[in-house]
Structure formats: structure tokens, C-alpha cells
Design a protein. Structure first.
Length: 218
């Protein structure tokens, strides 16, 4: 997997946002475990954690305890999750839909997205260490579509693969969004797939949310 030392701002932003998400899910997450999960060095994990702590988004850990979000950190995450959502559950779609060994999904509220190019999203995920990404749409009628190169238009026919539709629907069943763009990254590991999906998804969120996320990684 590509490391934090790379010049890519989107990579660093994606890793930092994923770290914040992981800490929100597991308050016992320390520097070593974070570095293992993200597949980066402990020094790089320390940099990410110091950035988050300096902005008041997480509390510094003691030797016994891991990190946890502050109230400001939780508010920040809640704001971002209005537009970008990382499901806590894992997914695997298989070789018919993805090219990597592991898959990971990110959801983006589709309201306000006038157009997207899935080739651009794929390229962004590749730049940031993934093997590729596949893009789906879940609409207000609970139908799921595999998107072509450009959306809109929406494909004429929804997915017929019931197994895949159930897997995707379960990831976002708690969301109250009307339409959801589902970016599924794939890679050699869950970390590379997840970071690739996040970096692609960040191209679709409102600019001020993107800048907020980039801002916590500088």
C-alpha cells in the first residue's frame, strides 16, 4: 500500500479521515494497532494522531488506554457523515464486480451530484493505492444500479444479482438518504481498498466538506 510519505494530499486526507472513523468505532485503538490497520509505519500513525489531537478532535492516549473522540471530534465526524459514510460492516463482491482480493465500501449522498465519471473515480482510487473501484447507485425505490462511465443517465435496468443487492443494501440500510452513490474500492488488503474508496468518494462530496477533511490532515 502507498504510504503517508507520498505527496498525495488526497491519500493523507483519506488515511486521516479513516483513522478518525476507526477511533470512533474503537476507543481502545492505540498507535500500534492503528498503524497495523492502516498498513503504515508507527511514525506515520503518530503524525496522524498528533494532527487530530492538535485540532482537538481526539484525546491523547495513556499507556493503558487508546484514543477517543472529543466532543469537537464527534461533532466534526457527525457533520462529515451527513455527506460521506463508511459502513462498519465489511463487504466482498467477488471477481465479477471488483478486481482486488479485498473490498471496502463508502457511501455518498447523491443529492446535488449533477454528474460523475466513474473512470475518474477509479483513477483516483488507483493513485491512492487501490486496485480499482466499482460504483453503484441505490435510488429512492431501493433499486441498485451498477453505474457506467458517466452518471447520469441512470442505467435502464437495475442489478439482477440478488445476492449482491442484499450485500450492498445491508451496508446502508440505516441511512435516510434518498439516493446513495456506493463506491466500492478493491485492493490487496482491506486498508488499501478502504483508502481507495474514501479518496474516490471525496471527489463527490461538497467542496467545504472535502476541505474540512483535508484540513485535519495538514
Amino acid at each position: 500500500m502507498v504510504l503517508v510519505s507520498t505527496k498525495s494530499r488526497s491519500l493523507v486526507a483519506s488515511l486521516t479521515y479513516l483513522a478518525l472513523h476507526l477511533i470512533s468505532m474503537n476507543e481502545k485503538l492505540g498507535r500500534y494497532k492503528l498503524s497495523q490497520t492502516l498498513e503504515i509505519s508507527e511514525a506515520q500513525a503518530r503524525t496522524i494522531l498528533c494532527n487530530l489531537a492538535s485540532r482537538g478532535l481526539i484525546e491523547k492516549s495513556s499507556k493503558r488506554h487508546g484514543h477517543k473522540l472529543t466532543e469537537d471530534g464527534q461533532r466534526f465526524l457527525n457533520k462529515c457523515q451527513q455527506y460521506i459514510y463508511i459502513p462498519p460492516k465489511r463487504i466482498h463482491l467477488g471477481k465479477k464486480y471488483t478486481v482486488g482480493l479485498k473490498d471496502a465500501a463508502v457511501g455518498v449522498e447523491a443529492t446535488g451530484i449533477d454528474q460523475l465519471n466513474t473512470v475518474v473515480l477509479r483513477d483516483e482510487s488507483l493513485i491512492n493505492g487501490a486496485s480499482g473501484c466499482t460504483v453503484f447507485l441505490k435510488d429512492e425505490f431501493e433499486e441498485i444500479y451498477l453505474l457506467g462511465a458517466v452518471y447520469p443517465p441512470k442505467p435502464d435496468i437495475s442489478l439482477s444479482d440478488r445476492k449482491i443487492k442484499r450485500k450492498l443494501a445491508r451496508l446502508f440500510h440505516e441511512s435516510d438518504w434518498t439516493d446513495i452513490i456506493m463506491v466500492v474500492g478493491s485492493g490487496e488488503s482491506v486498508a488499501s481498498a478502504q483508502v481507495g474508496a474514501i479518496s474516490a468518494a471525496l471527489l463527490l462530496v461538497p467542496i467545504y466538506i472535502k476541505e474540512k477533511i483535508r484540513g485535519i490532515s495538514n
